[in-house]
Write a protein that binds this ligand. Structure first.
Ligand SMILES: C[S@@+](CC[C@H](N)C(=O)[O-])C[C@H]1O[C@@H](n2cnc3c(N)ncnc32)[C@H](O)[C@@H]1O
Length: 269
């Protein structure tokens, strides 16, 4: 990254980020919906047909009717993709009587329904408690609602779900499963997403995520691009925490050319 651009973005974010964190006033977001008939229009006709069939199957399996009716298309798509990534990345179940889940860097948590549905179906009859945490929770959309407001909307029907506005590095707890979609590994994405460089701590974040896993717990990380996945593996190796597996994963619902990888880390009992 150009050093001058890096300095400028860092300077801007050093001013912007604390300011918007202070301006946290909230106005309840009540959702929007879109016609889902165009959901897979970006796919070629063969892929579109199979995506439509798969979507119907997932909607039934994970009881997504309410989400289908009350979401805009790209958010619904993110839920479908999240479910596919979870199906490919999480193959184990937990013996814990109550399943405690944490999602790191949840943005506005529109994919909370997918995480909750996946683990509820995997653990029938057990209570599933979902927490999302986001350091930039008061970033505002064009409609002036914050990520926090949106997150409250997306978790409104999920029992025992919460969205924490805060720094993951200061969060404590113990979780059976931790999900971490697209962590910042390199400075470019971190800066473009509006965060100051003093918050870019991929090593500390990974160590902390591992420390919050319950014995027998699983951490699933999804990275984009080969370079991110390679650094992620290197960080795990330096900390002697695995990974247990690292694989390329795909979504049948989008035509994204970006290659994604899952890194699965399991903590011993
Ligand atoms: C690339 S985005 C991914 C967002 C989301 N997981 C998704 O899949 O759409 C990374 C997110 O992590 C958040 N983040 C970065 N550092 C964090 C920290 N220390 N604690 C909590 N969230 C953090 C960022 O603000 C950003 O929203």
């Amino acid at each position: 990254m150009n050093p001058l651009l890096k300095r400028l973005l860092h300077l801007r974010n050093t001013i912007d980020f604390p300011l918007r964190s202070l301006l946290s006033f909230s106005t309840p977001y009540s959702g929007r919906t879109e016609d889902k008939s165009t959901l897979f229009n970006s796919l070629c006709s063969t892929r579109k047909k199979s995506a439509e069939a798969r979507e119907v199957g997932m909607r039934t399996r994970y009881s997504l009717d309410a989400l289908y009716e009350n979401s805009i298309n790209h958010e619904y798509l993110q839920n479908l993709t999240t479910l596919e990534f979870l199906e490919q990345g999480i193959t184990n179940t937990s013996a814990a009587p109550k399943i405690k889940l944490l999602d790191i860097g949840s943005k506005y948590f529109c994919y909370a329904p997918a995480i909750h549905a996946f683990f509820s179906v995997r653990h029938p009859g057990k209570p599933v408690q979902l927490t999302g945490i986001e350091v930039d929770a008061y970033r505002r959309f064009i409609d002036l609602h914050t990520r926090y407001d949106y997150a409250q909307y997306y978790i409104r029907t999920i029992p025992a779900a919460r969205y924490i506005a805060g720094d993951f590095l200061k969060h404590e707890g113990e979780y059976d499963f931790i999900t971490w979609f697209y962590p910042f590994i390199f400075d470019y994405a971190h800066l473009v997403w509006g965060l100051p460089l003093n918050l870019l701590k991929p090593r500390e974040m990974l160590a902390h995520a591992y420390s919050l896993l319950a014995p027998g717990g699983t951490l699933l990380i999804i990275n984009q691009y080969h370079q991110e996945k390679a650094v992620q593996a290197e960080l795990c190796a330096q900390m002697l925490i695995g990974p247990t597996s690292q694989e390329a994963i795909q979504s049948s619902f989008t035509d994204s050319q970006v290659v994604r990888y899952s890194t699965v880390i399991k903590k011993a009992y």
